[in-house]
Design a protein around this ligand. Structure first.
Ligand code: SF4
Ligand code: SF4
Length: 305
C-alpha cells in the first residue's frame, strides 16, 4: 500500500459510521459542507454553508457569559435572563464555540486532510469487508469540493475499498465524470422532472441535473437514482411517470431508491437560526407503495426506504 503525502483538504461536518442507507453493505459516510441547492425539505441544512456553521442549544446554557466575553464582534449579549446571538454581526471566528464549556454553542464543520480522513475510514475496514460495504462521500453537494473528493476517491480506490459518491448532479460534467470514473458507484439524487417544479422546490433549474444523468448513462457508470418522496411536491403520478421515463432511458441506472420525507431537519433549522420549512407530512406507507409502482415503469428495480 502506498503512503499518503496528499495535500488536499476538505471541510467535513460529519462522519457517520454503520450507515446502511448510503449504498451497499455497511458504510461509513463522509458528509461535506456546502450545497448549491436549497431543497425546502432538506434534512441536512447544516450542510448548506461552505464554511463553519454555528448551532445553538440554549437548553444547555449555564449562564456563565463566557461567549459574550469571547466574541470580538459584539454578536453575543446578555438580555435579561437569556443570551442573544446576532447572526448578522457574527464573522464565524469560532471563539464562542471554544469558550462554551457547556456545549451550548457548537461549530459545524472541520477541515480535514485526505490523509486524516483515510486514516479515520480505515478503522472501519473490517465492517466493510464483512458486509460488502465501503465509504460514501455525501453532503451537501460533495462535488463542490472536487479536489478533495477526487483525491479521496482515488486513494480509497487504491486501497481496494468500495466507494460511492452521493451527488445531486448540479455540477460541471467534467467534475462528475471524473468522480464517476473513480467511484465504484454514483448515488444520484433526483428531486423532480418538471423544470418549474424543480426550481420552486430547490431554487435551481434541473436542466444540468437531467443532462448529467443522461451522460452518466452513456458512460455506463453504475448509478443508483435516489428520489425523495415529498408529499404535495413531487408525488403526482404524472411527475413520477416523467422521472421513470427519463431514468428508464439511462442504461447504467441499476436501481431506484425511493426515500420517504421525514422531519429530522426541523430541529436543526431552529439550532442554526434558519426559518422553518414549508409544513409537509411524511408520506404514508401506501403513498410510498403507489409511487414505487409508478417508478417501476422505468424497468429498474425500485427499493423503498
Ligand atoms: S458560554 Fe455557553 S454556557 Fe456560557 S453563557 Fe454562553 S452559551 Fe451559555
Ligand atoms: S463565531 Fe466569533 S464572531 Fe461569531 S458569535 Fe462566536 S465569537 Fe462572535
Amino acid at each position: 500500500m502506498r503512503s499518503l503525502g496528499r495535500m488536499a483538504t476538505g471541510f467535513v461536518f460529519h462522519i457517520q459510521r454503520f450507515s446502511v442507507a448510503d449504498g451497499p453493505g455497511i458504510r461509513t459516510t463522509v458528509f461535506l459542507k456546502g450545497c448549491n441547492l436549497r431543497c425546502f425539505w432538506c434534512h441536512n441544512p447544516e450542510s448548506w454553508d461552505a464554511g463553519l456553521s454555528i448551532e445553538e442549544f440554549p437548553e444547555r446554557c449555564i449562564g456563565c457569559a463566557e461567549c459574550v466575553r469571547a466574541c470580538p464582534k459584539g454578536a453575543r449579549e446578555r438580555v435579561e435572563d437569556r443570551f442573544a446571538f446576532d447572526r448578522e454581526r457574527c464573522e464565524l471566528c469560532g471563539a464562542c464555540v471554544e469558550a462554551c464549556v457547556a456545549d451550548a454553542i457548537q461549530g459545524v464543520g472541520r477541515r480535514m486532510t485526505v490523509s486524516d480522513t483515510v486514516a479515520e475510514l480505515e478503522r472501519d475496514r473490517p465492517f466493510f469487508e464483512q458486509s460488502g460495504g465501503g465509504v460514501t462521500v455525501s453532503g451537501g453537494e460533495p462535488l463542490l469540493q472536487a479536489e478533495f473528493v477526487l483525491e479521496l476517491l482515488a486513494e480509497l480506490g487504491c486501497r481496494g475499498l468500495h466507494t460511492a459518491v452521493d451527488t445531486a448532479g448540479h455540477v460541471s460534467w467534467e467534475v462528475l465524470q471524473r468522480a464517476a470514473s473513480l467511484a465504484s458507484l454514483v448515488l444520484y439524487d433526483l428531486k423532480a422532472f418538471d423544470g418549474a417544479l424543480h426550481a420552486s422546490g430547490t431554487g435551481r433549474s434541473n436542466e444540468l441535473i437531467l443532462e448529467n444523468l443522461r451522460r452518466l448513462g452513456d458512460e455506463r457508470a453504475p448509478v443508483w437514482v435516489r428520489i425523495p418522496l415529498i408529499p404535495g411536491f413531487n408525488d403526482a403520478p404524472s411527475e413520477l411517470a416523467a422521472m421513470a421515463d427519463w431514468i428508464g432511458r439511462c442504461r447504467s441506472v441499476l436501481r431506484i431508491e425511493l426515500l420517504g420525507y421525514h422531519r429530522l431537519g426541523e430541529g436543526k433549522r431552529d439550532r442554526l437560526g434558519l426559518p422553518r420549512s414549508r409544513a409537509v407530512e411524511p408520506p404514508s406507507v401506501q403513498a410510498l407503495r403507489s409511487a414505487a409502482s409508478v417508478l417501476e415503469a422505468s424497468g429498474k428495480p425500485v427499493v423503498v426506504r
